[in-house]
Ligand binder design. Structure first.
Ligand code: SF4
Length: 549
């Protein structure tokens, strides 16, 4: 099966891409010849291999593919690079209603969403119809899951499903299935905060009772929307004006209620013992009911959406473990991996431990940690970089410390304090002529900072998932392998920011002594292209400080 023939026109495949495509070609041919052969493929390829080119080649070969990305930023990248080849669709909020030119009304609040508003074919409807009719339907995974699970869209089975950045698939499924009520929603829909109950099962009965209440609330909002038409004002006259702020708020609330109703029904019908409550003991907390396992939904997605499925990422983990998480038999899954195309000297790890960081040791070790960060910033005075903080609170403490300790270095820092500010901060970093340094706990993945946009990065703390979160603690208690794998994925993703293409280079500093313990203990879990850099870093550190070795 010659997949290479479908490589994007005008581009020459790299050797790693050609190898992966040849291997996949043989595997696909095997699957077509033998119904018992694996049909789900885990493809691991480190940064720089060009996974998106491989994905588009596979999609083009299939002539009928769903191509899913994990984030909008990556979807935009696909659009920029392969816009002519793929049919891309995003959520309704990304398009403007054409019935109100100049008023900037999103299609979520467009004329057809208003009571008795006529429908037409807007940019959203056109993009969705084109994606459904075209050979390569490209969307982000969450949008696709929402269409499939909650909007019951008839998505016909295709020849191929490709999920890019699939190391986030479990988390995305969990998030799409989570029932969440913000404090404002609880006030509006239930008259106040819902009680704190011991377990998710205890909420099942309560939610069953509240379903009728949510449906009543939905009816009430429908009627309120109808009543917004003032007496004496005709429908045509009303619809000619953009929806008022009040109307837009009510339409949004209706959408949130529909989403909540679908999720609550799913939760009420789900079996006992598989859900976790997240309801922090603070005022104005959000209540979340979170599924502990998504295996049945994952299995359905991976086997029923298309004849063949490819999950791709820099690093996914062991086949047996992944198969179990996704509810698949191990022998029905095949794993393919590519080495790194970059020599070690272009993607060096420097291990400079200040101590084993944990919640307990952090207060004592932070002064040494901040001193080391300031020293690295000074060493890379003329270069752009990135600091991975453990949390937003830790990032704020570091920013405050730098402002006092090293004002010149502190002025270079761009603090990315919420995920919504990410795109703006990245733009500022790229545009600035100064040696700016991004500081955030949320830039470990999905950001592309090649060449001079990132010459060094600092991992202040090992990216262990937070066991203070009840869902994470329950997931870890159920399967300690999961916790180690999540840490390994986060570590490898962060490392992957350092070197993006063959001529690139970047140094990764790791300041947490837990790194050595983790690499030593979980060596078999980590990919070879990460281990070569990690073990070299440990050797170099032992040589510098033999007593610490
Ligand atoms: S389909 Fe609806 S949202 Fe889209 S342009 Fe028409 S009225 Fe506006």
């Amino acid at each position: 099966m010659d997949l290479l023939a479908h490589f994007p026109a005008g581009l020459r495949p790299r050797p790693e891409q050609a190898r992966l495509l040849a291997e996949l070609g043989r595997a696909f041919a095997g699957a077509e010849a033998d119904l018992e052969a694996p049909r789900v493929f885990f493809v691991e390829a480190p940064p720089g291999v060009g996974k998106s080119h491989v994905a588009v080649t596979l999609a083009a070969w299939s002539g009928s593919a769903y191509l899913l990305t994990s984030q909008k930023l990556l979807q935009d990248q696909y659009e920029r690079e392969f816009g002519g080849q793929i049919q891309l669709v995003k959520g309704r909020d990304n398009y403007w209603c054409e019935r109100y030119p100049g008023a900037r009304v999103t299609t979520s609040h467009g004329m057809c969403r208003r009571p008795r508003g006529p429908s037409c074919q807007c940019p959203y409807a056109r993009a969705k119809a084109a994606a459904l009719a075209g050979p390569i339907f490209c969307a982000n995974t969450t949008y696709f899951l929402t269409l499939r699970l909650w909007q019951r869209e008839q998505l016909e089975r295709r020849r191929l499903l490709i999920i890019d950045e699939a190391h986030t698939l479990e988390a995305q499924l969990v998030s799409v299935l989570t029932v969440a009520f913000s404090p404002a929603e609880m006030r509006a829909w239930f008259g106040g905060p819902l009680p704190r109950l011991d377990s998710a099962d205890d909420y099942r009965g309560l939610m069953g009772e509240h379903l009728a209440r949510l449906e009543d609330q939905r009816g009430l909002i429908d009627r309120t929307l109808e009543d917004l038409q003032p007496p004496g004002v005709g429908l045509a006259e009303l619809l000619a004006l953009p929806p008022s702020r009040e109307e837009q708020t009510l339409i949004s609330e209706l959408d949130r209620l529909d989403s909540a109703l679908a999720r609550v029904r799913f939760f009420v019908d789900a079996g006992e013992g598989e859900w976790v409550v997240r309801y922090p003991d603070v005022s104005d907390a959000t209540l979340e009911l979170v599924p502990l396992s998504v295996a049945p939904m994952a299995r359905d997605l991976l086997l029923e959406t298309a004849d063949l499925t490819v999950l791709s990422s820099a690093f996914l983990g062991r086949r047996s473990v992944l198969a179990e998480y996704f509810g698949l038999a191990e022998e029905r899954v095949r794993q393919l991996a590519s080495p790194s195309p970059f020599p070690l000297e272009r993607r060096v790890i420097v291990y400079r431990p200040v101590g084993a960081l944990s919640r307990a040791t952090l207060p004592d070790l932070e002064p040494a940690l901040f001193t080391e960060v300031a020293a690295i910033l000074a060493r890379h005075r003329d270069e752009k970089g990135l600091i991975h903080a453990a949390s937003y609170a830790a990032a704020r403490r570091l920013a405050a410390d730098l402002a006092a300790r090293a004002p010149a270095e502190s002025r270079r820092v761009i603090f990315v304090d919420a995920s919504v500010a990410k795109a703006r901060a990245l733009e500022q970093h790229r545009a600035s002529p100064l040696a700016t340094v991004l500081l955030s706990p949320s830039l470990r993945e999905g950001v592309d900072l090649p060449d001079d946009f990132l010459r060094f990065q600092i991992l202040t703390k090992m990216p262990y998932p937070d066991l203070g979160d009840p869902w994470t603690a329950a997931r870890q208690a159920r399967d300690p392998r999961w916790y180690a794998l999540e840490t390994a994925k986060a570590l490898v993703q962060a490392y992957g920011r350092s070197c993006r293409h063959a001529d690139d280079r970047g140094t990764t500093y790791i300041l947490d002594a837990q790194f050595k313990r983790f690499v030593t203990r979980y060596r078999p879990l980590l990919p070879p292209w990460f281990l070569d850099a990690a073990e070299e870093a440990l050797r170099a550190h032992a040589a510098r400080a033999p007593s610490a070795g």
